[in-house]
Design a protein around this ligand. Sequence first.
Ligand SMILES: Nc1nc2c(ncn2[C@@H]2O[C@H](COP(=O)(O)OP(=O)(O)OP(=O)(O)O)[C@@H](O)[C@H]2O)c(=O)[nH]1
Ligand SMILES: [Mg+2]
Length: 357
Amino acid sequence: MNFTIFGYPKTGKTTLFNLLTGAKIEVQTYETGKKEPNLRTCPVPDHRLDKIWSLYPDKEKKPATVDYIDLAGISYGEVKNESYLNYLRKADGLAHVIRSFIDESIPHPRGKIDAAEDIRAMEEEIVLADLLSVESRMEKLKKELRGAKNPDGEKEMEWLTSLHTNLEEGKAVRELSLSPAEEKLFRSFAFLSQKPLFHMLNVDESDIGLIETPEKIFSSDKKGISTLAFCGKIEMEILELDEEEKDVFLEEYGFKELSAPKFLKSSYNLLNVITFFSIGKEEVKAWTIPKDTPALHAAGIIHSDIEKGFIRAEVIGWEELCEFGSFQTAKENAAIRLEGKEYTVKDGDVIYFRFAK
Ligand SMILES: Nc1nc2c(ncn2[C@@H]2O[C@H](COP(=O)(O)OP(=O)(O)OP(=O)(O)O)[C@@H](O)[C@H]2O)c(=O)[nH]1
Ligand SMILES: [Mg+2]
């Protein structure tokens, strides 16, 4: 799973990147002209994996990971530029950082703080970038359709024309109901407006009380969009403290938790992904997969040979496994279920795939 952190200049993107990853990239008040993104891969803390691993301490513990990419600030109207698009198109999820903090010393490109307006503008830019991709494909396709009969091409043109109308009306791809065939075709475009999107409101110190209720600053009921709030300035200070002081501060400010765990929890919901676990010869590992994945595909995520030779999935919930103390004991007590290719993997399943080599 990966997230690209992006947004207009000086909104607190690198600050958020530091909060989410524990990196200590220096943040700047003024433009530095630095364009290379910051990248970090972070383990996903998971108490279930810890418990399962405690049954097999000789094996290596391999948590699921999330990649975070922090892009340089995008000026108004620049989302459609190839240099940004390439990064944004590769993302599983987008984290759009919005400045809601007031600080006269930090320049704002529009000269005024207006979170709702910046969100509207960014959502519009995202749809526009997709509209331009559709137009460019339609133009090429038009030429191709001049020659011999091409029913597939004609079908594609029909779908693109309808998509074009929706995008022109400002609708994001994630808001449309697409047929499975359209879904499949559109996948290759990696439309930005189809990607799960977080609006990350970087609130002012005086709004710290609103951290748990971001809807009081901005709310949207659009499908595939979620809004979270953080206060870069205060959270950076909290992270400097030792553990005990940290808890006192969190309580004092009325935060339930820091941004990193909160973001991760919301990410799994927004991206509609779950976790299953495997106990291999050498490692106990957590895997992130889309919700409703059949066992056969889950096997393929571990290794394509396991998918090819799939015989059965041996499955048990993580809590039940921990009660038995080992996979073997659970087996002896007939607590391991034998599931076929179609079985829908559940969050927290521990799976051993039997396969023919
Ligand atoms: N007052 C205040 N300042 C903040 C807050 N968050 C970030 N800043 C400051 O804003 C400036 C820019 O922060 P960055 O995290 O570098 O912002 P950015 O969006 O990565 O900036 P660019 O990558 O240059 O577009 C720094 O001086 C930060 O200290 C906040 O919550 N409150
Ligand atoms: Mg930055």
